[in-house]
Design a protein around this ligand. Structure first.
Ligand SMILES: [Zn+2]
Length: 308
């Protein structure tokens, strides 16, 4: 009974938050607004005996795009989820968690505010500990999905620069290194497993999305990523925001890509070039496998930021 009531509320919240969908990471808004037909199924990848990733995270097809990559970390005390995907996908997340463990979800870490990473916080209820960087909590308070009665699903545990949860093999380190994708992005480290979840600070091999409405900064992104790389050691695997698993080498390459993008854009702006000209002049040949789908939007964001 209680469960069906909760589900009804979740679906309502889901449709509301889909409608506002402010500041998400993908640009096909009309297609995303359409509810996918048929059963919602999320793919799962096993990284370690006690760490899985719920994928189906590549934007584009609304029938299969479930939101950002979710880490499922199974500890002695229960399951920690890193992010919760798009509203409406909560049952599909829970089904996949249940397929690998009988333990309950006891903790959610939100890497940042966007609805494709926080969409099912409410689905898991108020008994779950929700953790985020303090600026992300402030950003979440501005979202319709967390207003009124739903404010009870806001993070209760916040931190400024660093927070350690648990100990030994269950230890999780959370770091904030500065603005980039938003002004509240957490890097989540599972030290015993040598795995880092970057959220959307490293979403894909393409230009970054810098959400200036939530304090994001493409100009700050390269130094923020450099700080993360310098401070987070002993990592083998990187879980990115919206693409298949990466390595620390991929993260270092992405940092160089973003620095190059900002430097070239700054030079083009100084030379009096238009955004279109600057975007067209930026070549990704040095970066194998990189796309240019989001370069123009990033160049525009850098122009807007530098003009201020
Ligand atoms: Zn995002």
């Amino acid at each position: 009974m209680k469960r069906s009531v909760l589900l009804g509320v979740t679906l309502l919240v889901g449709s509301l938050s889909m409608a506002v969908a402010a500041g998400m990471d993908f640009q096909a808004a009309p297609a995303q607004a359409a509810q996918p037909q048929g059963p919602r199924v999320i793919d799962i990848v096993k990284l370690k005996d006690n760490l899985y990733v719920l994928t189906s995270s590549t934007p584009g097809n609304p029938a299969t795009f479930s939101g950002g990559n979710v880490a499922v970390f199974i500890t002695d005390g229960g399951v920690t989820l890193v992010d919760t995907k798009l509203a409406g996908w909560g049952q599909a997340v829970l089904d996949k968690v249940k397929s690998v463990t009988a333990k309950p979800v006891t903790r959610i870490i939100n890497t940042h505010t966007h609805g494709d990473h926080t969409g099912n916080d409410g689905f898991f209820g108020t008994t779950v500990e929700i953790v985020a960087q303090e600026n992300t909590k402030t950003n979440m308070q501005k979202m319709d999905a967390f207003k009124g009665d739903n404010a009870k699903f806001l993070p209760k545990t916040t931190y400024q620069d660093k927070l350690t949860l648990g100990s030994g093999k269950d230890k999780i380190d959370l770091y904030y290194f500065g603005a980039g994708h938003t002004n509240g992005d957490t890097f989540v480290v599972f030290p015993a497993l040598r795995v880092l979840h970057t959220g959307d600070m490293f979403a894909w091999k393409d230009a970054p999305v810098c959400d200036r409405n939530n304090g994001g900064s493409c100009v700050s992104l390269p130094p923020t990523l450099a700080k993360a790389i310098a401070n987070i050691k002993n990592i083998d695997t990187v879980i990115p925001g919206h693409s298949p698993m990466m390595t620390p080498k991929d993260l270092r390459e992405f940092q160089r890509f973003t620095a190059d993008l900002v430097a070239q854009t700054r030079a083009a702006m100084t030379a009096g070039k238009s955004v279109d000209e600057a975007a067209a002049a930026f070549k990704v040949d040095k970066y194998p496998g990189y796309k240019t789908e989001r370069v123009k939007a990033a160049v525009q964001a850098i122009y807007d930021e530098l003009k201020k």
